[in-house]
Write a protein that binds this ligand. Structure first.
Ligand SMILES: [Zn+2]
Length: 136
């Protein structure tokens, strides 16, 4: 899943601690500029897990994912999920997200999906809270 809060997430390189406590550098994370949720990019998740496992069994304390799987693969993630207007303008919510959510709410009403409707109401509530906050 690379969509969050109604828009595609944005890739960012971060250093991540593996479950076994190894510091893995240059890991492409997908970040949602709106709610700040982040996850390791699904495309390289397997590579990351294999490399983390390798480092852990090797007793390494840190390692560079870009050295292990190649810069090319890492750069491809940054290109696939480029910075969007929310990052460039340092805003957390753009009008398009609100419009789309309202459209979806109409659709949820139309098909009588109360649970979905409630999820969308929650999303709008969060948006209205975040709309005044800047991204840093
Ligand atoms: Zn989000």
């Amino acid at each position: 899943m690379d969509i969050c809060c109604g828009l595609t997430m944005v890739a960012r390189l971060e250093n991540v601690y593996s479950e076994g406590g190894v510091l893995i550098q240059d890991v492409p994370l997908l970040v949602c500029p709106t709610c700040r949720r982040s996850q390791i990019s699904p495309d390289i998740l397997f590579d990351y897990q294999m490399y983390a496992y390798y480092c852990e069994t090797d007793g390494a304390r840190s390692g560079s994912l870009s050295k292990a799987i190649g810069e090319e693969k890492i750069l491809h993630q940054l290109e696939k999920y480029p910075e969007d207007i929310r990052i460039q303008q340092k805003i957390r919510v753009i009008p398009e997200q609100i419009d789309n959510t309202l459209d979806l709410m109409n659709l949820a009403d139309l098909i009588g999906d109360d649970r979905w409707h409630q999820e969308l109401v929650d999303r709008i509530t969060h948006f209205s809270r975040w709309i005044h906050y800047q991204n840093d």
